[in-house]
Design a protein. Structure first.
Lengths: 275, 92
């Protein structure tokens, strides 16, 4: 399958994870070229059938990663895609961030897992914003544009109740290392527009579960937060430095604390209106 | 005696991005990003034009910069050692 600028070739020892991927990624195109190949495979031959257990093997993999039960094969596939991009991708500066856009201008929402960026991006995508991704902002080092990488949104635990009606979802995966997880396909329009980049206009560092607060950031703090948010800043070398310093210099950045999803969406839209 | 003369890495080897009280410096040969605060960026600037020994460098910096302590020599030597370790300064 192809997601934005990245083609994946995914194999599996079992049919079920591929069937789940086919259902969730129904609207995504097939790539002419696979940038990354990986397999979901049994940790040993007898574990194909006895307590089947999935590990990721392929172009990029982690030797110490714990295998997942076959029932969580879709999660293993999602983690496999993340792994390939996080460890292998060099064409763009990667920032751990969700991205939404209005027209050709984008908001990057960067934060650690649990900061609420996926939930915010999904909620905004159902209020007229174009969804570009909830995992990686892909910044073109030549142009500074953010390229869409609109994988399905991974919602966890308390966020599961916020899934908008009518969304195509994957199965509820219970008891995963991240708790209960369900994947939500982005709106079809976001997938159809996944070859259309947008220019970053605002960087937000959101934090869920705190009283509403908004603060500006000193240039150095923004620079530090962006380097920490990047999975390939060091590997990108000079191109990464240039892309990151340009983003820091040209795009305003704020830290946003918010108590719940509705307040977060309202705050993001207010920030956008004030640009 | 002021000891050896120091010079900054060639300008072509560095990309300098002033931020606020910090300056980000990308060192092309190593691919490492350094985040410098005063007086390190000023030292690099002073040593960019010509090699200077420590006392000459101290005198140059004192013209438009307060090292903040009576013994500026010790502060300056510590910063020079750090910059040399980072590859941003070397000895002639």
């Amino acid at each position: 399958m192809r997601v934005g600028p990245v083609g994946f070739r995914i194999g599996s020892d079992w049919h079920a994870p591929i069937a789940a991927l086919d259902a969730l990624y129904r609207d995504y195109p097939r790539p002419e070229f696979a940038d990354y190949s990986f397999r979901l495979e049994a940790v040993s031959p007898w574990r194909r059938r006895v307590r089947p257990s999935v590990r990721v093997a392929g172009d990029y993999w982690l030797p110490d990663a714990s295998p997942l039960p076959l029932a969580q094969g879709l999660l293993a596939a999602e983690m496999g895609m993340n792994l390939q991009v996080a460890l292998g991708h060099r064409r763009h500066l990667l920032l751990h961030a969700a991205v939404v856009a209005r027209g050709d201008r984008a908001i990057l929402m960067s934060g650690v897992s649990g900061a609420g960026k996926s939930t915010l991006a999904l909620m905004l995508s159902h209020r007229g914003w174009r969804f570009l991704g909830d995992e990686f902002a892909m910044i073109d080092p030549d142009t500074g544009l953010a390229h869409p990488f609109p994988r399905p949104v991974s919602l966890k635990n308390e966020s599961l109740s916020l899934i908008p009606e009518g969304c195509r979802t994957g199965p509820l995966l219970t008891g995963t290392p991240k708790g209960d997880v369900r994947h939500v396909a982005p709106p079809a329009a976001a997938i159809a527009a996944m070859d259309e980049p947008a220019r970053p206009a605002l960087v937000i560092f959101p934090r869920f579960g705190f009283p509403s607060a908004l603060s500006g950031l000193a240039p150095t703090e923004t620079f530090m937060r962006l380097t920490q948010a990047s999975t390939n800043y060091v590997a990108m070398g000079e191109a990464g430095f240039q892309a990151l310093t340009r983003l820091r210099a040209q795009v305003p950045a704020v830290a946003l604390d918010y108590p719940d999803g509705e307040a977060g969406v309202a705050a993001v839209e207010a920030l956008w209106e004030a640009l | 005696m002021a000891g050896p003369r120091y010079r900054a890495a060639a300008a072509a080897l560095l990309i300098v991005e002033p931020l606020d009280m910090f300056t980000a410096v990308f060192h092309r040969p190593s691919g490492v990003t350094h985040l410098l605060n005063e007086p390190a960026p000023q030292i690099l600037e002073a040593l960019a034009d010509e090699p200077l020994d420590r006392d000459a460098l101290l005198a140059r910096l004192a013209q438009n910069f307060d090292l903040g302590e009576a013994d500026g020599t010790a502060v300056l030597q510590a910063r020079l050692t750090e910059l040399e370790t980072a590859g941003l300064v070397d000895r002639v």
